[in-house]
Design a protein around this ligand. Structure first.
Ligand code: ACO
Length: 333
């Protein structure tokens, strides 16, 4: 369908919201047996943002979305669909999407959440692409938003140093004629056999929320770091190659890779496997850490703001998250 559709799906606006509070590696040294040097060398992270008490995934998503809507010149009533990519929903239900709909006043939009953690935005893009290219809908908001700080075990130095809070949004529009611009393809994958590699084990579906489980820290993130690292490098590389091959393109055609920001070493390894020069890779993990489902849209917005994405450029997005889930998107700007 991607090639035969008479329609294109274009990103016409992007936006971000980052909470004000900055937590530096030096701050973490005060409460953890860690060091700024270790964190920088092993992850590339220097600082991350932490949401204020009255902020949540939905409030941050609304702010990022308003910025994207402004650039796209899209009013709330024009949104046909809101896809919120989050692994830290405001409450169990209703969806964070419904809170975002309310916050924006998007009365004509169907709203829901995607749970694919760090791959969430790629999953969201793939759904938007299908609705727009099929001609079914005209305007879709895809927004990643996470308050990772609320699911961290702040005593676990191997995980809590990695993550941060934030939101990133994109407005996608259907264009009536086939255009060389827009989303060329999306590819998404998952492997549930590796669910335990990276997870928040406590949950309402398997057993009741209990103070014992809370004491055992079942509601905080657990990660097999080394195994996740290897999976991320392998799957992000594979997904990037899949995107290029599907479109009959080669690495030399790529203007900029906007990868999921999980670890600078992962990004460097993926670029090396793809034989892409590092200057064709966008990195902002130093400032925000891993913001999970928000990382790719934040990076996409900032790469545009920095003038690194120009008309006609080919942007390659690739990412991996808990699930495991992974995927890629190729966009002609
Ligand atoms: N400060 C100091 N020492 C530390 C810290 C810390 N913050 N954390 C771990 N260490 C120690 C370990 O205890 C270990 O000590 P030991 O040798 O005495 O046992 C040593 O450092 C080395 O630990 P490793 O785990 O081997 O370190 P590694 O180089 O693998 O880095 C890291 C760990 C950063 C977690 C890395 O494995 C990683 O980035 N993994 C992938 C994360 C990721 O990609 N997540 C993706 C998706 S996220 C999502 O979907 C939500």
């Amino acid at each position: 369908m991607t090639h035969r559709s008479p329609f294109s799906a274009q990103i016409v606006g992007t936006g971000t919201y980052l909470p004000e509070k900055i937590l530096t590696n030096k701050d973490l040294e005060k409460t953890l047996e860690t060091s700024d040097e270790w964190i920088r060398a092993r992850t590339g992270i220097e600082e991350r943002r932490i949401a204020a008490k009255d902020e949540s995934s939905s409030t941050m998503a609304v702010k990022a979305s308003l910025q994207a809507m402004k650039e796209a010149d899209v009013a709330a009533g024009q949104l046909d669909m809101i896809i919120v990519c989050t692994s830290t929903p405001d409450i169990l239900y209703p969806s964070t999407g419904c809170f975002v709909q309310k916050g924006l006043g998007a009365v004509n939009a169907a709203a829901y959440d995607i749970s694919a953690v760090c791959s969430g935005f790629i999953y969201g893009l793939s759904i938007a692409e299908q609705y727009l290219k099929s001609g079914r809908l005209e305007t879709i908001l895809v927004v990643g938003s996470e308050v990772n700080s609320r699911i961290m075990d702040w005593e676990d130095r191997s995980t809590c140093i990695l993550f941060g809070d934030g939101a990133g949004a994109a407005i996608l529009k259907r264009t009536e004629t086939q255009s060389p611009k827009g989303i060329l393809s999306t590819h998404i994958h998952s492997d549930g056999s590796k669910a335990e590699m990276l997870c928040v084990p406590g949950g309402i579906g398997r057993e009741r929320i209990s103070s014992l489980a809370a004491e055992q820290k079942q509601y905080t993130l657990k990660m097999a770091g080394g195994a996740t690292f290897k999976s991320a490098v392998k799957r992000m590389t594979e997904a990037a190659i899949e995107a290029l091959e599907f479109n009959g393109l080669v690495k030399e055609d790529v203007s900029l890779m906007v990868p999921h920001q999980a670890n600078k070493r992962i990004i460097d390894a993926v670029a090396k496997h793809l034989d892409l020069p590092l200057e064709k890779t966008f990195v902002n993990i130093n400032r925000y850490g891993n913001t999970a489902g928000a990382a790719i849209p934040i990076a996409l917005h900032e790469s545009r703001e920095e003038g690194r994405v120009k008309d006609g450029d080919l942007v390659l997005i690739t990412g991996l998250g808990a699930g495991l889930t992974w995927g890629s998107a190729l966009i002609r700007w």
